[in-house]
Design a protein around this ligand. Structure first.
Ligand SMILES: C=C(C(=O)O)c1ccccc1
Length: 362
């Protein structure tokens, strides 16, 4: 019977265990260049005993940025620093994939080249605040992307996927969750286009399909994963029929033979109602490949999810922030460090690379 400590593979990515590190935005990249910090080399290498590290969300182009100090994968200097990170993870026997990100409308003119409006499928301002210059501001009203801008963005995903290969990653994950650009195209609350990218779910999935095919021009499908959050309402996202929309999307995604589906099943501290649980269960059944479960799992619920074959792996977020040697701690039943929310975003080594390993506890 497979359990959390079983070796295996997702696609052609060999796994030492099923204890994955979820993508975690930490806002510690250099804000002027979007180059990861040198601290990130230590941070990711410390967590290399994970079966698979999914990097923090990484913008594919300058327009894809909506938060302070998040890294990019669109310049040679960014690629070079990510190469140092992947080399350090590989030197410790770890595996790491890059999460390809574009925030879409979850941004502000402050972050945009030449102070332009953020890009989105439709010009609908999100009911969210963004943070910069030490304060929160309402997100800007986005501009509806012209078809040419959509096509250019697809090309930027292709180039970013190519750059990720040059940076030494073991694969890439397409971020299609949590109310960011791709998710904004998928949902009818945020996509009110009347052209071939809007209206029917087939049309609303067109952008994701084109992005997926652009990424697959650079990577074998066995090295490409995707993240979805069908029942999530993060970043003011919503859809009138999440079950119908995501059943279609998942059934289409099955046809690509991707390495995995990484599902955001719930959000920290937010209750999941019975209707959402039923939708989640139906969508789990619709997916035919390797399934990574994510969302407030602990050791026992994660072990049960894998042993029962509900999930093939479980991704841990905040628990991995505080426990670089989480896999070893789970294996020996050691106590866990508590994460410090005050150091989740921004700052330096504190709360980033200074959480103790087990042997440091004794
Ligand atoms: C990339 C994120 C996501 O996927 O939710 C994110 C961004 C900022 C803070 C927390 C999470």
């Amino acid at each position: 019977m497979t359990d959390l400590f079983s070796a295996g593979s997702t696609g052609t990515i060999e796994l030492r265990n099923r204890i994955f590190m979820a993508p975690l935005t930490r806002s510690r990249a250099h804000d002027d260049t979007d180059i990861p910090s040198d601290m990130a080399i230590t941070y990711y290498a410390q967590r290399a005993s994970s079966g698979l590290i999914v990097s923090e969300a990484t913008q594919i182009n300058p327009q894809g940025k909506g938060y302070i100090q998040t890294p990019g994968i669109y310049t040679a200097e960014q690629v070079s620093k990510w190469r140092e990170i992947t080399d350090a993870v590989h030197a410790k026997g770890g595996k790491i994939v890059l999460q390809l990100w574009h925030v879409g409308r979850i941004s502000h003119t402050h972050f945009q080249p030449d102070g332009q409006a953020p890009l989105a499928p439709s010009a609908i301002q999100p009911d969210v605040e963004v943070f910069f210059d030490g304060q929160k501001q309402p997100a800007s009203t986005p501009k509806a992307m012209r078809v040419e801008e959509i096509e250019n963005t697809v090309e930027d995903y292709r180039q970013a996927a190519k750059n990720a290969r040059e940076a030494g990653f073991d694969g890439v994950e397409i971020h299609a969750a949590n109310g960011y650009l791709i998710d904004q195209f998928l949902r009818d609350k945020t996509n009110q286009r009347e052209d071939e990218y809007g209206g029917s779910v087939q049309n609303r999935m067109r952008f994701l399909s084109q992005v997926t095919e652009a990424v697959l021009s650079q990577w074998d499908a066995s090295q490409v994963g995707i993240r979805l959050s069908p029942i999530g309402n993060q970043n003011d996202i919503d859809d009138s029929d999440p079950l119908g929309t995501f059943t279609y999307i998942i059934e289409r995604l099955n046809q690509y033979g991707l390495a995995y589906l990484h599902m955001v099943e719930r959000f920290p501290g937010l209750p999941t109602n019975n209707k959402d649980l039923k939708i989640q269960a139906a969508l789990r059944q619709a997916w035919q490949g390797f399934y990574i479960a994510n969302g407030d799992y602990d050791y026992l619920t994660a072990q049960n999810a894998v042993e029962s074959e509900y999930a093939d792996a479980v991704a841990f977020g905040r628990t991995y922030i505080a426990n670089p040697d989480l896999a070893e701690r789970f294996e020996v039943g050691a106590s866990l460090n508590e994460p410090d929310p005050d150091t989740f975003y921004g700052g330096g080594e504190e709360g980033y690379t200074d959480y103790p390993f087990m042997q440091q506890d004794s």
